[in-house]
Design a protein around this ligand. Structure first.
Ligand code: ADP
Ligand code: MG
Length: 429
C-alpha cells in the first residue's frame, strides 16, 4: 500500500485518498482480488484504477463507453507523466501504430478502449499477448439489464476478462441498486466479484438535492406546478424529462410559447446536428431542455438547478441516475416529479415494446404503487396489480420513498401529506 500512496503523491501531488479509494486500491494491490467501486459522479473513480496501474508491472486496460471522456483522461495522464493512450477509430494510422509499438515494447501503463473494440480480432489477439495486470470496467452497470443503460457489448466484456486472463478486474459505477450490483458481481455473466468482501461504496447520498413529488390530475395541473418551479429555480439550467419524443416537442413548445420559458426539446428523433446544437446550448447556458431519456449520458454540467419528471420515470434506476444530474456543484437543487394516472398507459406500452424490459417496468410499478419490500430490501415483482396502479396515494408514495431511502441512501421523508410529499435533505432534519 505504501507504493500506492507514493504514486499518488508523485504523479498527482494529492496527500490522501478519498472515500473508499484506499480500501478498493488495497483490495486490488495488496489482496490481488476483484472489486466493485461505487461512487457518485465526481467522487474520484478514475484514480482507483490509475494509481494501481502504476503499482503493477503489466498493462491496465480500461473499458469505457465514453471515448471523448477517455481522451481527456489520457491527455491529463500524459501531462502528469503517466504513459497512457486511447485506441479508437479516430486515430490516424501512424497514431495507432505508435500505440501498438508502445504495447509491444511494454512501455504503456494504461490503455483506454471502447467496449466495441473487443469485436476487433486484431485487437483481441494483440491484447492476449500482453500481461493484463488490471482490467478496469467503467460504467459497469451497463452489464445489467436492470440498469438504465444496458449494453449487450458489456456481456462480451465479462467474457473477455476471462479470455485474456486479466489478473484482477475492477468495476466502476455510480449506480448502486442491489439488482445492478448482483448482476455486476455475478460469476457467470458478470465479473465474478465477492459480494461480501469485494464491493465498496461511498453511498450516493446527496444532501443538496430536495426531492418533491406532486401527483397531478391532468396535464394542466402539471404545468401549474412545473412552470412556477422552473421560473424560480435560481441561477442555472434545468432538465424536464418526458416519456415520448412527441411529448418532448409539445411540452417544450408550451413552456416556450405560453409561459415564456427558454425551453428546447431533445430526443433521439432529432437530426444528429440538431442534437449537438442543443447539447452545446444547454452546456453553455442556463436554458431548459425538455428531453426523453436520450439526454443525459455524458452530460456533465455543474449547475443544473432542477431535474423535473413530467411523467413517471421508467424505472427506479433511471430515476436515480436522472435526478443525480442535478446540483453537481453542491448547491441546493430541486428534483420535482409531477406524475399522473395518465402516465401509466404509456409506460405500459413501453413494457410491451420491451424497452425497457417488462421486469423493470413491473419493478417500478410495484415500487410506486403497491407491494412491500422483500426481507432483503429488494423490490418484489410478484405483487403486480394494475388495479391498484391508479391510486397515487399517501401509502404508495411513502413506500416509494422508503425504497429510495433504503436503496439509494438518498433522502429521508419528512411530513407526509396526502397528495404532496416533500423530501428534505437528511442534514436539515
Ligand atoms: P468520477 O469518475 O468518479 O466521476 P473522477 O475520477 O473524474 O470522478 O474525479 C473527479 C475529480 O476528483 C477529479 O478532478 C480528480 O482529480 C479529483 N480527485 C479524485 N481523487 C482525489 C483525491 N484523493 N484527492 C484529491 N482530488 C481527487
Ligand atoms: Mg469517471
Amino acid at each position: 500500500m505504501e507504493v500506492a500512496y507514493a504514486q499518488l503523491k508523485r504523479y498527482w501531488g494529492f496527500p490522501s485518498f478519498r472515500g473508499v479509494q484506499a480500501e478498493v486500491i488495497q483490495r486490488l494491490v495488496v489482496e490481488s482480488e476483484n472489486a466493485l467501486c461505487i461512487m457518485p459522479t465526481g467522487g474520484g473513480k478514475s484514480l482507483v484504477f490509475q494509481v494501481p496501474a502504476l503499482c503493477f508491472d503489466g498493462l491496465t486496460l480500461v473499458i469505457s463507453p465514453l471515448i471523448a471522456l477517455s481522451k481527456d483522461q489520457v491527455d491529463n495522464l500524459k501531462k502528469r507523466g503517466v504513459p497512457a493512450a486511447a485506441l479508437d477509430s479516430s486515430l490516424t494510422t501512424e497514431e495507432s501504430s505508435e500505440v501498438r509499438k508502445q504495447l509491444r515494447e511494454g512501455t504503456l501503463k494504461i490503455l483506454y478502449v471502447a467496449p466495441e473494440r473487443l469485436n476487433n480480432e486484431m485487437f483481441v489477439s494483440m491484447i492476449s499477448e500482453q500481461k493484463i495486470s488490471l482490467l478496469a470496467v467503467d460504467e459497469s452497470h451497463c452489464v445489467s439489464e436492470w440498469g438504465p443503460s444496458f449494453r449487450a457489448e458489456y456481456l462480451k466484456v465479462s467474457r473477455f476478462a476471462k479470455e485474456i486472463a486479466a489478473e484482477r478486474v475492477l468495476c466502476l459505477t455510480a449506480t448502486a441498486t442491489p439488482s445492478v450490483i448482483t448482476d455486476i458481481c455475478d460469476s457467470t455473466n458478470g465479473f465474478d466479484i465477492d459480494r461480501e468482501k469485494g464491493v465498496f461504496s461511498t453511498g450516493t447520498f446527496r444532501p443538496n438535492l430536495s426531492i418533491s413529488i406532486k401527483p397531478c390530475a391532468n396535464f394542466k395541473a402539471k404545468f401549474a406546478v412545473l412552470v412556477p418551479a422552473l421560473k424560480s429555480r435560481g441561477d442555472g439550467a434545468a432538465i424536464v424529462y418526458v416519456t415520448t419524443q412527441k411529448q418532448a416537442e409539445e411540452v417544450a413548445q408550451e413552456l416556450h410559447d405560453l409561459h415564456g420559458i427558454e425551453a428546447r426539446p431533445y430526443h433521439a428523433g432529432l437530426k444528429a446536428d440538431d442534437r449537438k446544437t442543443i447539447q452545446y446550448w444547454f452546456i453553455g447556458g442556463n436554458g431548459v431542455v425538455v428531453a426523453t431519456i436520450a439526454f443525459g449520458m455524458g452530460i456533465d454540467k455543474a449547475n443544473i438547478r432542477m431535474v423535473a419528471h413530467f411523467q413517471l420515470p421508467k424505472t427506479l434506476e433511471n430515476y436515480s441516475q436522472e435526478i443525480g444530474r442535478a446540483g453537481r456543484d453542491g448547491l441546493p437543487s430541486l428534483c420535482l416529479m409531477v406524475p399522473s394516472a395518465s402516465d401509466m398507459p404509456i409506460l405500459e406500452s413501453f413494457a410491451r415494446a420491451n424497452t425497457p424490459s417488462l421486469r423493470s417496468i413491473r419493478t417500478w410499478l410495484d415500487a410506486f404503487f403497491i407491494s412491500p419490500l422483500d426481507d432483503d430490501g429488494t423490490i418484489s415483482a410478484d405483487h403486480y396489480k394494475m388495479s391498484n396502479a391508479f391510486d397515487i396515494g399517501r401509502n404508495t408514495l411513502s413506500l416509494l420513498f422508503t425504497i429510495l431511502e433504503l436503496q439509494y441512501g438518498l433522502i429521508r421523508a419528512t411530513t407526509p401529506f396526502y397528495s404532496t410529499y416533500t423530501i428534505k435533505p437528511l442534514e436539515n432534519n
